[in-house]
Design a protein. Structure first.
Length: 188
């Protein structure tokens, strides 16, 4: 099936309720993504309150991905793909940052352990990100996953690399992460 293009040349709609954007690792991408996301949610009859929650969580997810790419000096395109099926919204954000490797943990899949790794990783990172190609100070580093978790029904973090995708980064070289967010307006 040929990809149908909407008004924005950056948004692909391969099928009804399915959307994809390919964005550079630049903070100006967040605004473009938010506009298209809002448009798709509005077209699918999500309330303003639902849209605000999804937008905030999605902005944070994309910002984290931009930050991951920049921290690894990676200029790879970030992929944002989302689906809206009935009352359910699902977003996948794929980046090419090196991911956050877990220290020896009793529970490698534990979200709290992952959050602690994120905090440690964020405290060692630069707080400057590109905006329209110009390096600009970014003030809200390190709070994204906590915000996302509080707004969404489900948050899943996977790692990809060497042709594999897994919930832990063990056994293969990590090329990036996949953040999956789910929100069902019927629950809110």
């Amino acid at each position: 099936m040929a990809m149908e293009q909407k008004e924005s040349p950056m948004v692909l709609t391969p099928s009804p309720g399915s959307y994809a954007m390919f964005l550079p690792p630049d903070m100006s991408s967040v605004r473009l993504f938010r506009q298209e996301l809002r448009k798709s949610l509005t077209e699918n009859n999500f309330s303003n309150a639902n849209i605000m929650q999804i937008e905030l969580a999605s902005d944070e997810a994309l910002t984290n991905s931009i930050s991951a790419n920049v921290s690894c000096s990676c200029e790879e395109t970030i992929i944002c793909r989302w689906q809206i099926i009935g009352s359910k919204f699902t977003l996948y954000v794929v980046d090419y940052g090196s991911g956050i490797k877990e220290k020896n943990s009793e529970e490698p899949n534990c979200f709290n352990s992952f959050l602690n790794s994120v905090k440690s990783h964020q405290s060692q990172k630069s707080d400057k990100l590109p905006y329209n190609g110009k390096i600009t100070k970014h003030n809200n580093m390190g709070k994204g996953l906590k915000i996302i978790r509080s707004l969404m029904d489900s948050v899943k973090i996977s790692f990809h690399g060497e042709g594999k995708v897994a919930e832990t980064a063990n056994g293969f070289k990590v090329l990036g992460s996949i953040l999956t967010l789910e929100y069902d307006r019927a629950n809110h």
